[in-house]
Design a protein around this ligand. Structure first.
Ligand SMILES: [Zn+2]
Length: 304
């Protein structure tokens, strides 16, 4: 029966070594990584553009509203401290709102395990509109499951940065690494990117998307589409049509929400001259815009 004892011993040793491998080695490698190297999100400059889920993600305004729902005091403190920390190092400001908030925060009292790991929280943008300039975040939510045992509320900061569009980092020293550790920090490149994105003011931006015109005898048919690629709904504006420098038509443009557009079809506009050379379309907007240069388009006429 000696072989059985030896077998059991070998098996026990094997089990212990497995145990050590799974529970100690990963922690040691993380600690080792901490001492060497920086805490930036990106490990090298080449993947600098890939910090967010999509390119250029931001909320319309740097003043972002939130509502905390159903969270015990400790977790509420964690999330409020996370808002404070991010607003201290960036252009962003967060303020509470009872209804129609942009960031919704809720908490879960039950610990959850997935793939052998504790789920600390979940967070992300949940409503995004793509425009020419930005992927505009209208709404995001955070589910805080574990309260932070760290000096800083690292879990809440991690989830808040997800809501602001940030993906996971490959750097174990960075707070956006997929596993949480108290030694992780925000680094420099996250606040730098936030400040670059929010340096653009919260303006509307009306621009022509498509313009076509056909001339038949002395009549003009026109199709125009205008889109708001800005960070704010546009106000009342006008589209003015010039034929060889002469104002022939003005069309009222109602306010347009971010990312939305309008199409205008005009038939049989009478033109006094026979030979038309140039049509000019101009968006007359009496409000500030991200770009005024895209408010004018010039077309050469197509006879039929
Ligand atoms: Zn995460």
């Amino acid at each position: 029966m000696r072989w059985k004892i030896i077998f059991n011993l070998i098996f026990a040793l094997f089990a212990i070594s497995l145990f050590i491998f799974y529970w100690f080695v990963p922690f040691r490698t993380i600690e080792f990584g901490m001492e060497s190297g920086h805490s930036n999100f990106t490990l090298n400059d080449s993947d600098n553009g890939n910090m967010q889920f999509y390119s250029r993600m931001r909320f319309p305004s740097p003043q972002i509203s939130y509502r905390i729902d159903n969270c015990p005091l400790q977790k509420q403190d964690n999330i409020e401290e996370a808002f404070e920390i991010i607003s201290d190092i960036t252009l962003l400001d967060f303020y509470p709102k009872n209804y129609g908030e942009e960031i919704y925060v809720t908490c879960d009292s039950k610990n959850r395990i997935e793939g052998g790991l504790f789920i600390a929280g979940e967070g992300g943008p949940t409503n995004i509109t793509k425009t020419e300039n930005f992927n505009v975040i209208f709404y995001g939510s955070i589910l805080l499951i574990k309260e932070s045992k760290c000096e800083r509320p690292n879990i809440a900061i991690h989830e808040l940065l997800h809501v602001l569009g940030f993906d996971h980092s490959d750097n174990p020293n960075n707070i956006m690494y997929y596993l949480s550790s108290c030694k992780q920090t925000i680094g420099d490149d996250i606040p730098e990117l936030i400040n670059r994105l929010y340096a653009t003011p919260t303006y509307a931006d009306l621009s022509f998307e498509n313009v076509s015109a056909t001339m038949h005898r002395r009549y003009l048919d026109i199709n125009i589409s205008v889109r708001n690629n800005g960070l704010k709904a546009s106000e009342e504006a006008k589209v003015i049509i010039y034929v060889d420098g002469k104002n022939v038509e003005e069309v009222e443009l109602d306010p347009i929400e971010i990312g939305f557009g309008r199409t205008i079809g005009l038939r049989n506009i009478w033109v006094s001259q026979i030979n038309v050379e140039q049509l000019e379309f101009f968006i007359d907007a009496g409000f500030e815009e991200l770009e005024k240069n895209n408010n004018r388009i010039i077309l050469q006429i197509k006879e039929d």
